[in-house]
Ligand binder design. Structure first.
Ligand code: FSX
Ligand code: SF4
Ligand code: F3S
Length: 367
């Protein structure tokens, strides 16, 4: 706990060159420009590791599953090791009383300094009895863990918005973290689940700079949630050209025609899916032939039925290119300005590759 990130990395047997390579990756992960590499290097050389307490409440654990499926060494070597993951009942080796003791010890020793990660919603009905761990309610555990946290990161739509538990009729009275904790900075990383590299990037940002990233009005980091899925979708050209798939099993769907008529919520969903993708850039729902269901948006479960065409998208020119047979009435979610930003999107994957080559070329210049 007393060592810096750099000292830990070197102690584990990595070379300085590998460290610099990591630093360039991390810079790109955080959505920063290459010119910030030096700043990241300096922070990692001087900053002590930050302890992380990771709680799980009402959820499916898909967020942890997504997180550990990033095959990038950053996750294994930086997050799970270099960041001191002091407690997560899903991933840690200890269990029962030992796990609980480790958490209590870390929270006491690092009071006011640790990051609290929360997965899952918190049920409020009937005094919170619908989610208890070792006889204590999620409400009680959350309040205790939040008290000494420097900042809270909510992983997944459940802890950010309430998620599937909070969907109508919300039988357990499930609420998101920010309805209970009001006195701490909260960074929302929604998605059901969120993209692994986005989760990593947000934790790295705080660990590296000790500050929370710039957030949008819903509390999501702008560098990852600043654009709609629609704006980075590879089917977008077909949307603009009025080429739509009419059924899932059609040739058009296979050939990349737009899934708008099959209910795609990409035009009203803010997430980095089209640029980051899952499983180290292998795919994302739309690439697999499945319309976006808006999993990063508040109340997305109640914004159903899925797979039915959205009624209209102001400013997107859909009225001239597709049928106006919409059945689903949109709420205020569509009110935002429609930006045709495909050409200007930051291709995160490309950035990562460029970051690596930048690190290689400049390894002697980064002190
Ligand atoms: Fe929720 Fe995460 Fe969906 Fe599941 O922990 S955001 S149900 S992927 O697992 O909280
Ligand atoms: Fe892609 Fe959906 Fe937008 Fe079509 S409507 S371009 S499938 S995000
Ligand atoms: Fe979710 Fe839509 Fe992305 S469903 S994973 S926000 S494409």
């Amino acid at each position: 706990m007393d060592k810096t990130y750099y000292e830990n990395i070197i102690q584990k047997g990595y070379t300085r060159r590998q460290f610099l390579k990591y630093a360039t990756y991390m810079t790109a992960f955080m959505g920063l420009k290459f010119s910030a590499v030096g700043q990241v290097v300096e922070a990692l050389e001087t900053k002590k590791r930050i302890p992380v307490i990771w709680e799980h409440f009402q959820e499916c654990t898909g967020c942890s599953e997504s997180f550990i499926r990033s095959d990038h060494p950053l996750v294994a070597d930086i997050i799970l090791d270099k960041i001191s993951l002091d407690y997560t009942d899903t991933l840690m080796a200890a269990s029962g009383h030992n796990a609980e003791a480790a958490k209590q010890k870390s929270m006491k020793e690092n009071y006011g300094k640790y990051i609290l990660i929360v997965e899952g919603a918190i049920p409020m009905k009937d005094n919170g009895i619908y989610c208890t761990i070792a006889g204590r309610t999620a409400i009680e555990i959350l309040k205790e863990s939040a008290a000494g946290a420097a900042a809270i990161i909510t992983f997944g739509s459940c802890s950010a918005w309430g998620g599937v538990q909070a969907a109508h009729p919300n039988p357990t009275g499930a609420v998101p973290v920010d309805e209970i904790i009001k006195d701490k900075p909260i960074i929302k990383v929604p998605g059901c689940p969120p993209i692994s590299e986005v989760m990593t990037g947000v934790v790295l940002h705080y660990a590296t700079f000790g500050t929370i990233p710039k957030l949008d009005s819903d509390g999501r980091p702008k560098q990852f949630y600043g654009k709609r899925v629609h704006d980075s979708c590879y089917r977008r050209a077909n949307f603009d050209a009025g080429l739509f798939a009419e059924s899932f099993d059609s040739e058009e769907a296979k050939n990349g025609h737009c899934l708008y008529k099959l209910g795609c919520r990409g035009p009203i969903s803010y997430n980095a899916c089209g640029t980051m993708e899952w499983n180290n850039g292998v795919s994302f729902p739309i690439k697999s032939g499945y319309p976006c269901i808006g999993c990063s948006e508040n109340d997305f479960w109640d914004n159903s039925p899925f797979y039915e065409q959205l009624e209209n998208i102001p400013g997107a020119g859909i009225g001239t290119t597709a049928d106006k047979i919409g059945k689903v009435v949109l709420g205020t979610a569509v009110a935002g300005t429609v930006v045709h930003a495909l050409a200007t999107n930051i291709a995160k994957r490309k950035e990562l590759k460029e970051a690596e080559s930048f690190g290689e070329k400049n390894k002697n210049n980064i002190k």
